[in-house]
Write a protein that binds this ligand. Structure first.
Ligand code: FES
Length: 279
């Protein structure tokens, strides 16, 4: 038996915004009846704000709760805000979902994405048109009609690492299992890409941003624990000019100087050739 949060139970028992909007400005569809669950979402949009949202779903209690919560989350939001919502936000708003039910939140996200794709300020594109766009995306799991992009998005948004996790979030791989090898390939390709990006040399602008961020979020926080502080003055290539005050617990333990601590942290995180200069 799965453990459901109080919010999931509440939204399942008292779903909000159930139904159809006859003059909807955008309609999105996710899942399919042949795969066991389906969600259709209707949006009414005015001046780039979602002024109403309704849903119709055929699915389990988690699908109802996810859809209900999603409509509450988007009503009153601008399209820019709505575009930033992911399945993870739906899960967080519900206070969590069992791993085996994560695909319900993904279905909500996909229906919303579908609706947003269909929306134009001057009306909306028909579902037939949306479905014909979908055909450009390769179907990986034929049993559940899950595409490569859907799997990629689920991995990226939720940090999925195993085929089993992908199945929990998208259903792909949950029937005959013939697609499992392909899912594993997508996971491997995704993490190879991430590793490549992490190891790619930083541009000058990226380096400056990264140094600033590390100083603000890691180094300053450490120094402030002991009443110290650091202010970034300038960056010129690998030379980082800073104003330093106080000591840090890390420096005391290792007999390292304050400047040495800052330099070491930046060298490990950004570039081994960084030189810290006190001004
Ligand atoms: S093709 Fe994916 S489970 Fe059958």
């Amino acid at each position: 038996m799965w453990d459901y949060s109080e919010k999931v139970i509440d939204h399942y028992r008292n779903p909000r915004n159930v139904g159809k909007i006859d003059d909807a400005d955008a309609v999105g569809l996710a899942g399919s009846l042949s795969c066991g669950d389906q969600l259709k979402i209707y949006l009414k949009i005015k001046d780039n704000v979602v002024i109403d949202a309704k849903f119709q779903t055929f699915g389990c209690g988690s699908a109802v709760a996810s859809s209900s919560m999603l409509t509450e989350m988007i009503i009153g939001k601008t399209l820019d805000e709505v575009r930033k919502i992911t399945n993870k936000d739906i899960v967080d708003a519900l206070g969590g979902l069992p791993p085996e039910k994560m695909h319900c939140s993904v279905m909500g996200y996909e229906a919303l994405e579908d609706a947003l794709k269909s929306y134009h300020a001057d009306g909306y594109v028909s579902l037939d048109e949306i479905n014909s766009n979908k055909s450009a995306d390769k179907v990986i799991c034929k049993c559940f009609d899950v595409t490569e992009n859907q799997i990629w998005d689920a991995i990226k948004t939720n940090g999925l690492k195993t085929v089993e996790e992908v199945t929990n979030y998208t259903k792909a791989g949950g029937a005959c299992g013939h697609c499992k090898e392909a899912i594993k390939d997508i996971i491997d390709t995704y993490y190879q890409k991430v590793a490549k990006e992490e190891n790619a040399p930083l541009s000058a602008a990226q380096k400056i941003l990264k140094i600033g961020k590390i100083i603000d979020t890691q180094i300053a926080a450490e120094l402030q624990k002991d009443g110290g502080d650091i202010t970034l003055q300038d960056i010129d290539g690998n030379k980082v000019y800073v104003k330093l005050r106080g000591k840090c617990s890390g420096c005391k333990n290792s007999m390292m100087t304050l400047k040495g601590f800052v330099e070491n942290t930046l060298r490990n995180a950004v570039d081994k050739d960084i030189e810290v200069i006190e001004v």
